[in-house]
Design a protein around this ligand. Structure first.
Ligand code: GDP
Ligand code: MG
Length: 599
């Protein structure tokens, strides 16, 4: 691949090469597979984005093109040996200009006419050069100027036709610079005159080019800028030649030069990291004789490169998020998950943007959306997992909060539930919000609803238990009161005893009912539930009363009572003092009276 390191300038063979060169299109018209590698490793231009330019050279065979390029750009293109006069290899060669972000293309065999070959390769290489280069050097001898019918003019006509085919749509916006270099300029005819002659010829050629529909009146200046320069005879005036070449070089490297050649609108807008794809795509189209449509090529290139860039960025992304899966699946809540995910995703998008944003903007935007969505959907799984774990944790928190509070005394159930509910819902919302990423439509409404349902369920269960507990408590107190007063009344029965018992019962029941309704408020019980509780209370309290009375009236109990009563009457006097029996007392009568009293 490397060119022969000799130079007609007299530099010795084996001179340290200034830059490697690559035959990007070989003599069999095959495109190289090494362009990507050369861009990266040989020329170090792959990372230069739009900050590079491309120069190609056209002109008849053996007009000193390669010699000029080597002098101008420090390249090492093959130069026909003066002694052997053998032809250099056909094809398109590429190299990087020394100390400049410029790719140089040396097109060998552009001029088939001189060799009597068909003009197929001439047309193909012209298409290729026009589609890729910012500046085209047209190299010709002074004595060729004005020879309108000459070989150069045929070549130029091809260039114009090809250019119209490629850049119709870019009319007036994107241009290519044609830099005419007139060689072996003797000086008898001033450059300005030569330039005029050439301009007139170019206009005539332009007239003869058939224009696409709608562009019949387009001007040559809509598509091209022109510059003219001349160089002295290299062999006869070597020093002068070198001097002029050094001056000419300034136009390629000095941005402040009045004739700086790389104007922004000459750029073909191909990012350096995609140049190899673009160039090969163009060549494929040319080889298959398809209409070369540059906007389509730009889009294809953008798709290809954006996909490549996205793949690399996405792989790095997958590596970084791997660690989230295991803890989340294990039910853990990852601290700072939101900011971590945001950071990883944004880095990925930034990495993608860095290179991809240079490509066709619609394609870039579409692909950016794709990678963003892909990244988001990966992260969404972690988002959902963390929400699930948060929800579980919130339920556990709620449960333990209310259990803790209900163990104590004097609480208000509704308040306990409300406080615990607020606390865990806040906890959930705060943590859920912290993992919602920007540029997503993620919500947790559904999870909140589910959490609330879970809380409701626990609260309902615990309300039922608490209500039961409360009613049991009331019933116990109630029973204690009944037992007390019934026992009392039975101890010293009176004729209105039953009325008294019933009244007392009603009084206690009313009080208990009031208590029940008051407490029920803190459980948010419904009217219906309250009515039911009251009804139950009434039923159960009546049953309790009945049971107590039954107990009191049980046979043995009752006998015991009668006996107690008899003894009381028999053994104690009316003042309740123990009787002291005297011999004259009528014990029998007294016994009878006491017995009748009891029965
Ligand atoms: P290319 O085929 O156009 O690339 O031409 P080369 O660079 O290979 O040169 C062809 C021959 O022209 C070589 O023998 C060079 O020494 C010779 N040559 C190079 N520069 C000049 C020049 O400025 N004037 C003349 N007369 N000959 C030159
Ligand atoms: Mg050459």
């Amino acid at each position: 691949m490397n060119g022969v390191a000799n130079d007609s300038n007299g530099q010795a063979n084996g001179v340290k090469k200034t830059s490697t060169q690559l035959q990007i299109i070989d003599e069999n018209q095959h495109f190289t597979q090494e362009l990507s590698q050369s861009m990266k490793d040989e020329w170090h231009l792959a990372d230069s984005g739009f900050n590079y330019n491309l120069v190609a050279v056209f002109g008849s065979q053996s007009t000193g093109k390669s010699t000029l390029l080597n002098r101008l750009f420090g390249t090492n293109f093959d130069v026909m040996s003066e002694s052997a006069r053998r032809q250099t290899t056909k094809g398109i060669w590429m190299s990087r200009g020394k100390d400049m972000n410029v790719l140089i293309m040396d097109v060998e065999g552009t001029d088939g006419r001189e060799r009597g070959e068909d003009q197929d390769f001439e047309r193909k290489s012209a298409l290729f050069s026009m589609a890729t280069s910012n500046v085209i050097i047209v190299n010709l001898w002074e004595h060729q100027v004005g020879l309108y019918q000459g070989a150069n003019m045929g070549l130029l006509k091809t260039v114009f036709e090809v250019n119209l085919q490629l850049f119709q749509a870019a009319r007036g916006k994107e241009k290519t610079l044609l830099l005419f270099v007139i060689r072996d300029h003797v000086g008898a005819t001033p450059l300005a005159n030569l330039a005029n002659t050439l301009t007139a010829d170019l206009d005539r050629i332009w007239q003869s080019v058939s224009k696409p529909e709608g562009l019949e009146n387009c001007s040559i200046n809509d598509y091209f800028d022109f510059m003219f320069t001349a160089l002295p005879h290299k062999l006869l005036l070597p020093e002068k030649f070198e001097e002029e070449v050094i001056k000419l070089r300034e136009r390629f490297v000095n941005q402040n030069h009045k004739d700086f050649v790389f104007k922004p609108n000459y750029s073909k807008r191909v990012p350096a990291d995609g140049f190899h794809v673009y160039a090969e795509g163009i060549w494929d189209q040319i080889m298959s004789n398809k209409d070369l449509d540059l906007p389509t090529q730009q889009e294809l290139l953008a798709q290809y490169r954006c996909d490549e860039i996205a793949t690399v960025a996405f792989e790095a992304f997958l590596g970084k998020i791997k660690g989230f899966r295991q803890p989340i699946e294990a039910g853990k809540i990852i601290e700072g998950l939101g900011p971590q995910m945001e950071e990883i995703r944004n880095t990925t998008i930034k990495q993608f943007d860095k290179d991809a944003s240079r490509y066709h903007s619609d394609v870039y935007k579409r692909k950016r959306n794709e990678i963003l969505n892909k990244a988001n959907s990966q992260l969404h799984a972690f988002y959902l997992g963390q929400l699930k774990n948060l929800s579980k944790k919130a339920i556990t928190m709620f449960n333990s909060r209310i259990q803790e509070k209900l163990k104590g005394e004097g609480y208000d159930f509704a308040e306990v539930v409300l406080n615990a509910r607020n606390e865990v819902e806040d906890y959930f919302k705060k943590n859920a919000e912290s993992i919602v990423l920007t540029e997503t439509d993620w919500t947790y409404d559904e999870e909140i609803t589910q959490l609330q349902e879970g809380i409701d369920e626990i609260a309902a269960k615990s309300r039922i238990e608490e209500t039961k507990k409360m009613i049991n408590g009331l019933e116990k107190a109630f029973q204690a009161q009944i037992n007390e007063f019934v026992t009392l009344y039975f101890k010293s029965p009176t004729p209105d005893m039953w009325t008294k018992i019933v009244n007392k019962f009603q009084e206690v029941l009313d009080k208990t009912e009031q208590q029940l309704l008051k407490k029920a408020k803190s459980f948010n019980s419904s009217e219906e539930e309250n009515a039911k509780s009251v009804e139950n209370l009434r039923k159960r309290s009546w049953q309790q009363l009945r049971k107590k009375i039954d107990d009191e009236l049980a046979d043995n109990m009752f006998l015991l009572k009668l006996r107690e009563r008899f003894e009381e009457k028999f053994r104690y006097d009316d003042e309740g003092l123990p009787k002291v029996w005297k011999p004259e007392d009528d014990i029998d009568a007294h016994f009878r009276k006491s017995r009748d009293d009891v029965i």
